[in-house]
Design a protein around this ligand. Structure first.
Ligand code: PMP
Length: 358
């Protein structure tokens, strides 16, 4: 619904709809790349206990710097990282907005490579940052020479690389990251929301973080950690970059409840991450099944698979919804994205897809 004309919203925001995938009750949700397995009763009890413990102090503001949580995240990431090189916010969505607030803005440019995560242009819009996109190749990789040429002409203040990329699942080789950071005049962000799902041998940009002070690597607890509802995203970078983000953050942006829940979840990380291997295997099975059944499939290092191609992808999407399976109509024309679910959920997807496409 468009806003009524009397609402004095910024002119450049007029006509926009709030972002969001459809939320439909009573369907199998394979549309927002969640982890299909929730925390165990034991982990849930610990999270609840941690929240109970802070409940008696909710008259006080939370730790503004989230020191315990950041220390826990640094410990999880390894690579010799310390708390002063890690920053956390309400989902990596908020981290990314803070990055654009600090390093983008009026007169500045952010560059990414499409197809990619559809929220980025919104962060750019909201922070008055000029938004420029290069195109990924047919196989959804980023061609280094073309990317370098674009960096040369656009001189972006922020380059957003997504690895593994959403919605294609494509991971970037470290040589690509290196070449682009060396050439970029501003910061380069590698969004690794799906990093834990990458195939063995696929590197993380954390491996080269030491080499480049202007490199930022963002992660989230929403996917592999099965904590999408907890809203916790984070970034690793040089301590001076973290200090820049601290300038734009709202005071007390991370509630005491969020910090307690996320820290408790981190203490259970072995259990929460235990299903990642299984989800990887299911992802590979899903890709193989789709290929065997004649669909085109993009190689995926994430917990979803982009597949196609369809003359009328909306009809396929709708046919699946009608059968109680919700996937995502996103990515280049003709393609659809399905998240990795439980074996039963995958079976329901297979059965429905065959019915709809036959
Ligand atoms: N980056 C990418 C590439 C994503 O796909 C998502 C979520 N779909 C996010 C960031 C944001 O995740 P969150 O805010 O839940 O951490």
């Amino acid at each position: 619904m468009p806003l009524p004309a009397w609402v004095p919203i910024r002119e450049d925001l007029r006509g926009f709809e709030p972002y969001g995938a459809p939320q439909i009750p009573d369907v199998i949700n394979l549309n927002v790349n969640e982890n299909p397995y929730g925390p165990s009763a034991e982990a849930a009890a610990d999270i609840a206990e941690a929240v109970r413990a802070v409940a008696t102090t909710l008259n006080r503001y939370p730790d503004r710097e989230a020191l315990d949580l950041r220390a826990g995240l640094a410990d999880y990431l390894g690579h010799g990282l310390t708390m002063d090189r890690v920053w956390a916010a309400n989902g990596s969505n908020e981290v990314m907005l803070q990055i654009l607030q600090a390093f983008g803005g009026p007169g500045r440019t952010a560059l990414s490579f499409a197809p990619t995560y559809s929220m980025y242009p919104e962060y750019a819009r909201d922070t008055h940052t000029r938004w420029v996109t290069g195109q990924r190749e047919e196989d959804f990789s980023v061609d280094v020479d073309r990317a370098l040429a674009l960096i040369e002409t656009e001189q972006p203040d922020v380059v957003l690389l997504t690895s593994p990329n959403n919605p294609t699942g494509t991971a970037l080789p470290l040589d690509t990251v290196r070449a682009l950071v060396e050439a970029a005049p501003g910061v380069v962000v590698v969004d690794e929301a799906y990093a834990e799902f990458r195939r063995h041998g696929t590197p993380s940009a954390l491996d080269v973080l030491e080499e480049f002070p202007r490199l930022l690597v963002t992660r989230t607890m929403s996917k592999a950690f099965a904590l999408a509802g907890g809203r916790l995203g984070y970034v690793a970078a040089d301590a001076a970059i973290i200090d820049a983000l601290r300038i734009v953050r709202l005071p007390y942006h991370l509630s005491a409840v969020t910090q307690a829940a996320a820290s408790a979840a981190l203490r259970h990380r072995d259990e929460l991450l235990a299903r990642v291997d299984e989800l990887r295997t299911t992802r590979d099975d899903l890709a193989a099944w789709l290929t065997t059944h004649g669909f085109e499939v993009a190689d995926s290092d994430a917990n979803f698979v982009l597949f196609g191609r369809f003359d009328d992808r909306h009809a396929i999407w709708q046919g699946l919804v009608d059968r109680g399976v919700l996937i995502r109509e996103t990515g280049p024309d003709g393609w659809l994205r399905v998240s990795v679910g439980t074996p039963d959920e995958m079976q329901a997807f297979y059965t429905s897809l065959l019915e709809v496409t036959r």
